[in-house]
Each structure stands twice: as structure tokens, then as C-alpha cells.
Design a protein around this ligand. Structure first.
Ligand code: 4AZ
Length: 313
């Protein structure tokens, strides 16, 4: 059963296949869904400006988020929400391996595209910026974190070290900060209103969205999620969190993997004034199904590992 997850990953590659092929696959009747029932980020890149497209051979394959460690005398002392020049991105480990062979992708095949909402027309309109990926790191049993497991998708996180951007339009992109100890007191509680964004499928079996879509979903209690996935033999590990509604409907889907799950403050709350990265789109059984919440990598679980990787590189 768990191999199904790997198949889901494989399907992500089909995203860039001709529309006719994708349209032959099941589309939910009457669906006009994006991400799954998401909203277009209305022409304003600066709304989810940390969201990147992780490309394989120049084509969208996954999402990623621009993060910026604050480094003081060689030590990572925090995370900036101000940076505009991406040097590091975070994505999902499963985005870094060929789903058929299990081999890591050759680094030369990987790049990120940032600073644009439209990944189809943006590049030819001179929008956004492509950066090569210089190196990527996934949990491998060192630095105090167990290895990424491609079967259970435990520890599904990757850090990407990027080459310099060629053109620089820092007004269109910005880093997202990671949780502080103060955030962790509330941000992982059930019902926290989160967002996820991406260029993934707009319905199960459908095709990807050319423009960045965003959807708002609540955090789900860990035990509730684990209970719903138990009949499938799927384990929700401590490094995983779930988000979505009992009714489904609003969800991330194939092609959104690796992208951000984040908290964006409204003027109503004083919990934080800046958006916070809470999770990474990882997996789920289908998209938008009732009780089949989206599963995300729990960022705070990996922050020491992230710090150690960045300090060492
Ligand atoms: C995927 O395979 C995937 N509904 C991402 C998110 C979800 C399911 C699958 C959550 O990329």
C-alpha cells in the first residue's frame, strides 16, 4: 500500500505532460478547482513571495521555499523574513529522487524559479529568476536526524544551496522565517489557520496550474489525522503534521510537494507580524478527499538539523 505514495510522486512528473494526456485522466465532475479550491494570488507576487518552483530539466516538478539563515560569526542565530537574494531553499526530500530508480537527481538537472506568479509565461516575459542548485541535503542519519525514508516519507525535507541569481529583482521575492520558541507555543495547535500555495494539480488526476494558487486550511490534531490514516497502514510520525478539513475540498495536490505550509498574520492578531513557515507539502491519499488530510513535514522538528547543515556548508 505504501508504494502508492511513490506512485503519487511519479505522477507529479506527468504534470508537465501534454494536456490531452492529463485531461484523459479523471477530473472531478464540475470542478473548477485550483490547488484544490484555491485562490489566485491576485497579481501580487509579494503575497507568498517565498514560494519557488523547483525545476527538473527546466520544468516545474515541485515547490520550494526561500529561507534565509541569519549568520553571526559562523553560527546560524535565527531566520530572516527580509532577505531578497535566495541562497537557501527548503523543499521535500522526495522531490530530490527519481521515483522509479530511487537515485538522487543529478544536481545539474535541478534549478529554482522565483519572483514570478506565472511559471508558464513568466520566463518569456522576463519575469522572475532562475538559479541553479549547487547542492542539496536530505536527512541521512547524521547531524542527529534519522534518514529520509522513501517508503514511509518520514523525514521528508531537503535543503537546497543555490547559485547566485543572474538578474536581481529583489522586490518580487522575500524569505520566510522559521518558527521561534514563542511561535511553537501556539502555531502547531489544532485549528490554527494556515495557508499553502503552489502550482500543483487543481483536482485529483487533473493538471497543474500555470499561476500560483493559495488555499487556507486549518491545522489538524495529530491523533485525529493518525486515526484516519491508520486503516491504510500509513503512520503519521512525530515529524509530520496534517492540515485540511474533515470535508476535504481544500487541499494541496501533486506538484505542490516541497512547497510551503505557512501562517500569515492578519491585522487582527498580535501573535506575530511576519509570516512563518510551519510545514512542507509532503503527501496524502489523493487530494481533497473527506478525512484524508494533507500531510506536511513539521518544520520545527527539523530546525536543529537545518541549522547544522547550513553551518557545515
Ligand atoms: C504529492 O504527491 C502530494 N493532498 C502532495 C500533497 C498531497 C497529496 C499528494 C495532499 O505531491
Amino acid at each position: 500500500m505504501r508504494y502508492l505514495k511513490i506512485l503519487f510522486v511519479a505522477f507529479a512528473l506527468i504534470l508537465s505532460a501534454p494536456a490531452s494526456l492529463a485531461q484523459n485522466m479523471q477530473l472531478r465532475a464540475g470542478s473548477s478547482e485550483r490547488i484544490l479550491n484555491g485562490n489566485e494570488i491576485d497579481g501580487v507576487v509579494r503575497k507568498a513571495e517565498w514560494t519557488m518552483s523547483l525545476r527538473l530539466d527546466g520544468r516545474h516538478n515541485c515547490g520550494a521555499s526561500f529561507i534565509s539563515p541569519k549568520i553571526e560569526s559562523g553560527k546560524v542565530t535565527g531566520w530572516s523574513s527580509e532577505a531578497s537574494e535566495p541562497k537557501w531553499a527548503v523543499s521535500a526530500a522526495h522531490c530530490m529522487f527519481d521515483p522509479w530508480t530511487g537515485a538522487p537527481y543529478e544536481i545539474s538537472r535541478l534549478s529554482v524559479y522565483s519572483g514570478a506568479l506565472d511559471i508558464q509565461n513568466g520566463p518569456s516575459n522576463g519575469e522572475g529568476d532562475v538559479q541553479e542548485v549547487r547542492a542539496f541535503y536530505v536527512p541521512d542519519g547524521t547531524l542527529g536526524t534519522p534518514s529520509y525514508d522513501p517508503i514511509t516519507l518520514e523525514n521528508d525535507i531537503a535543503l537546497l544551496r543555490l547559485a547566485d541569481a543572474k538578474t536581481v529583482d529583489g522586490s518580487k521575492r522575500g524569505s520566510i522565517r522559521l518558527p521561534t520558541i514563542a511561535d511553537v507555543n501556539w502555531i502547531y495547535d489544532p485549528y490554527t489557520a494556515l495557508h499553502t500555495a503552489g502550482w500543483g494539480r487543481t483536482s485529483e488526476g487533473g493538471i497543474g496550474s500555470p499561476t500560483l494558487l493559495e488555499v487556507r486550511i486549518p491545522m489538524v490534531d495529530h491523533d485525529t489525522c493518525a486515526e484516519k490514516y491508520a486503516p491504510f497502514g500509513d503512520e503519521i510520525y512525530p515529524g509530520m503534521i496534517c492540515a485540511g478539513y474533515r470535508s476535504g475540498e481544500f487541499d494541496s495536490c501533486q506538484g505542490d510537494s516541497g512547497g510551503p505550509l505557512y501562517y500569515r498574520p492578519t491585522p487582527l492578531t498580535q501573535l506575530t507580524s511576519k509570516s512563518v513557515l510551519v510545514g512542507i507539502v509532503s503527501w496524502g491519499r489523493g487530494c481533497g478527499g473527506a478525512d484524508l488530510f494533507g500531510v506536511y513535514t513539521r518544520i520545527v522538528h527539523y530546525q536543529d538539523w537545518m541549522t547544522a547543515v547550513i553551518q557545515a556548508n
